[in-house]
Design a protein around this ligand. Structure first.
Ligand code: ZN
Length: 432
């Protein structure tokens, strides 16, 4: 087993590997990223052609970019896509023109209050072009004539989704969705791409799961909409789900509840995240792909785990969300929290006490200390709680909450009681 330091370094190494790639919601950068994930986990790729109708949306034309620059009157390059892929507005239409600074300025984007940061801007779903630069660079541009070039292609192609399916013993599944469309931005969302990839790889090595796991990697918004449009028949099996994003910064965890707010996913995540000192927030229809999974026509048990949420840190969607903004330690801790949530979901079953009339005798079954007169220890307490509450309607998480005992202790007691046939899983496998 890798220790947390080595694990953190390996996650960080993957973030570093993916950082230079110019991703977008379609195109070669997205495919290159999915290919990198596919070197760690079995990944099925799906290409959905441009123009495909997906609910109220349409898969857009595919975008690719080769070069983009601005040269001043003397031929000196003043902005170059080659030194940072945030420098071109993502999805810019091609352009080749000469123009005055005044005419160029509406196409230049900066962050006025952060003199040395480059903003991240996109022009999805509208035809436009632009460059991003620092305020200091903009202020230094003299009046005069400029030559601009964006050598991009925007035309029919496809949108790529990557999916890693790890079947379980039951048909019930956990969906993990991670957006893979942002260019060189580490926290949003290379951090979660690394965590989700490692999560899948580690789960794949443990083939004895009750629940299946379905990891989907695709662009934000249009990716989850497209996936849902193509997988409506699978939705009934999605018992649980998490959208993972922004898991590498130094902030504490934030779990955002599903629209329903009280699903087994919510209770498992809240249990784990609250114990790690994180915040719990209610659902809101703003954020990442949870908006689609929690739209009323699906209303899935999908919550969202981040550290600092989108838009609540100054580095968000700027060049300052770089390799120095995320740490191996935060990544390793995020992976551990995700694994803990999945473990709780896996074990959180409703059981039925097979000897419900008065207490069964635990001593002869080897489960209770044989010397009388002393008060029972924690494990004995857990046995009594599980037996008393297991009427087929209460899951182990609710028993942990009511007893005040650790979920892991309650789960261990349940396993011990199953082993001596005092407990059986309720016919309806688990809570939704
Ligand atoms: Zn973002």
């Amino acid at each position: 087993m890798m220790d947390a330091n080595a694990l953190g370094e390996s996650l960080y190494g993957f973030v570093r590997e993916l950082y230079p790639i110019c991703r977008s919601i379609t195109g070669p950068g997205l495919r290159e990223t999915l290919a990198a994930i596919g070197r760690h986990v079995p990944l099925a790729l799906c290409e959905v052609p441009s123009g495909t109708r997906v609910f109220d949306w349409e898969v857009p034309n595919e975008w690719s970019i080769r070069e983009a620059w601005i040269r001043d009157g003397s031929g000196r390059t003043v902005v170059d896509f080659r030194d940072h892929n945030l420098r071109v507005v993502n999805y810019s239409t091609p352009v080749r023109a000469r123009m005055s600074l005044a005419d160029l300025k509406p196409h230049l984007h900066t962050i006025p209050e952060r003199l040395d940061w480059i903003p991240y801007r996109t022009s999805y779903y509208r035809d436009s072009w632009g460059f991003c630069l620092t305020q200091r660079e903009l202020d230094a541009l003299p009046d005069g004539s400029y030559e601009v070039c964006i050598d991009s292609t925007l035309g029919p192609g496809s949108l790529t989704l990557g999916e890693c399916h790890l079947p379980g013993q039951s048909r019930d599944e956990v969906l993990i969705y991670t957006h893979a469309c942002h260019p060189s931005l580490c926290n949003d969302n290379l951090s979660a791409l690394a965590v989700a990839t490692w999560l899948a790889a580690r789960l794949a090595g443990r083939g004895d799961k009750r629940l299946g796991h379905r990891f989907v990697f695709g662009p934000a918004t249009i990716g989850s909409i497209t996936w849902l449009a193509h997988n409506e028949d699978r939705v009934a099996n999605l018992r649980h789900g998490l959208v993972l994003a922004s898991l590498g910064d130094a902030g504490g965890f934030t779990y955002k509840r599903s629209r329903r707010g009280d699903t087994a996913t919510d209770r498992a995540a809240e249990y784990v995240i609250a114990r790690r000192g994180g915040r719990i927030e209610d659902f809101s229809p703003y954020g990442y792909d949870e908006r689609q999974f929690c739209s009323p026509g699906f209303d899935l048990a999908v919550g969202r785990l981040t550290r600092t949420p989108n838009g609540r840190y100054p580095e968000y969607h700027t060049s300052a969300d770089d390799l120095s903004f995320v740490s191996p330690r935060a990544l390793a801790e995020s992976l551990a929290a995700c694994e803990e949530i999945l473990d709780v979901l896996e074990e959180n079953v409703c059981y039925v006490n097979q000897n419900p009339k008065c207490e069964p005798r635990l001593g002869p079954r080897g489960l209770f200390r044989t010397t009388g007169g002393t008060s029972p220890g924690e494990f004995e307490h857990a046995l009594l709680w599980v037996l008393n509450q297991s009427d087929g309607t209460r899951d182990l998480l609710s028993i942990a909450a009511r007893s005040g005992l650790d979920f892991s202790l309650i789960a261990r007691a349940a396993r011990a009681l199953v082993d001596v046939d005092l407990l059986r899983p309720a016919p309806a496998l688990g809570p939704r």
